[in-house]
Design a protein around this ligand. Sequence first.
Ligand SMILES: C[S@@+](CC[C@H](N)C(=O)[O-])C[C@H]1O[C@@H](n2cnc3c(N)ncnc32)[C@H](O)[C@@H]1O
Length: 203
Amino acid sequence: MEYQITQESLEQITAGIRNKYSRVADSPQGQFKYSTGRAGLEVLQYDADLIDNLPDDVAASYCGVGNPFSLGVIHKGATVLDIGCGAGVDTILAAMMTGPEGKAIGVDIVPEMLQRAEANLRLTDLKNVTFHSATGEHLPFPDDHFDVVISNGVINLIPDKDAAVREILRVMKAGGHLMIGDQVMAAGGTPKSLKDRLSNWFQ
Ligand SMILES: C[S@@+](CC[C@H](N)C(=O)[O-])C[C@H]1O[C@@H](n2cnc3c(N)ncnc32)[C@H](O)[C@@H]1O
């Protein structure tokens, strides 16, 4: 079913995302229908050796819906972009995989999430991670820049998914890898009215 999303709806979605994720930045516990924190990382079978090396406060802020790293290998020296990095757990894990010869960059639209990501980063000794304020619909990076683009539970939140995919393809090098964890609603489960759909946007 096609919906015409109005400017008013877009503003409502953005305000809802900022409202929800400013609270998630404190703690994701109890904010989602799925496991978060270290339990979420374990359920999604993240690499045990890597997550053992995450400080507890960093692991506690994880709120991804899937495991992007189950889709391929991140090689030493790779340049990785994490779209909608949240508190930065996936970005930090990606930076551990690239090693100091590579780097990982996270972007998000919610200031509180980026502050938590910076605080998490300070709990590690990684020097190859940066976080930036940006939307997945307009990425502030040149063409053909990244070896790998990851994203976890974010594309479903972005209203203009065509723009998000165009931007991913633009900033990713030819032959680069896209590794996305996300959630979709089964056909038939989508609410009929746009109003109901907006109230379901951040489950
Ligand atoms: C499920 S969380 C990401 C979890 C994160 N990967 C982790 O390691 O815990 C989704 C994130 O997407 C961000 N987000 C939502 N819409 C966005 C957009 N248009 N552009 C960039 N980030 C967005 C939210 O602010 C939130 O931090």
